[in-house]
Design a protein around this ligand. Sequence first.
Ligand code: ADP
Ligand code: MG
Length: 288
Amino acid sequence: AIPLVVSVSTSKSAQNGLLIRNRTAFENARRISTLVFDKTGTLTNGTFEVTAVNVHSDSYTEEQIVSFAASLEGHSEHPIGKGIVQKATTMGIKPESADNFEAIKGKGVSGIVSGKQIEVVSPGYLKEQNLAIPEGAEAKGGVTRVFVLVDNTIAGSLALSDTIRPESYKAVQALQKRGIKCWMLTGDNTATAKAVAEELGMDGFFAEVLPDQKQEKIKELQKKGEYVAMTGDGVNDSPALAQAQVGIAVGSGTDVAASTADIILVNSNPLDITALILFGRATYQKMV
Ligand code: ADP
Ligand code: MG
């Protein structure tokens, strides 16, 4: 039988856009020693704005760089893609049609635009391809830069910025006050991850982590004796959510529904995550 205090608590929680799929995990909220947050869309607003367009080849103009990128990104669900499409709209650029669109998980997108092979990718992807970062496009804290490749050569790049959610400060502080360490796990570059982690006074971060490496990072913390809860926003995060002692999927959408999370939160507000953990603790403390 479900103890009364739990049934009261879970029905109360359903009203808050919270679905608890694994009650044991929820009971274990009181054991959590480290909470690993995903960055984009949870600690930050996840709305990227293009702050600069750089041309790295004499063969192209700013408009062409934006046009190539936006034509592909129109097919992407990623917040970076949405920011690039927005920039094209602001510049009065109409995206062209794209063929063979493909998302390169955790790295970018690729496809064919106007008969050219186009890629919009992370600095990590350039490194893999042995392409040097062009002058003026070096990593900088708070800036997420993506590179536009045309037929495998760097034509230009776009600098984007996301903003920290005001609720993140309180969420991190509230957890730390109760002895829970706060970490960040992101696919974004180290300079930006570091800037966000430092700004929020977090206990640590993992950056430039590909979707299939996220699980390993959770294991690393567990090997150090941490009891880990993790937030994630999609199917890509499923193995890591399953690895964590408490997996919390955030956001709406089909990805979340299909994920392996123990707990699903409709809102990605970090204060809701904090409240959930503290609520779990309070609920089960009442029973002892
Ligand atoms: P996060 O862990 O913050 O959610 P992702 O794994 O979604 O990050 O993305 C990691 C990196 O991959 C981004 O910072 C970006 O450099 C690159 N990337 C992902 N999707 C796209 C896209 N649609 N266009 C350009 N770059 C992308
Ligand atoms: Mg993500």
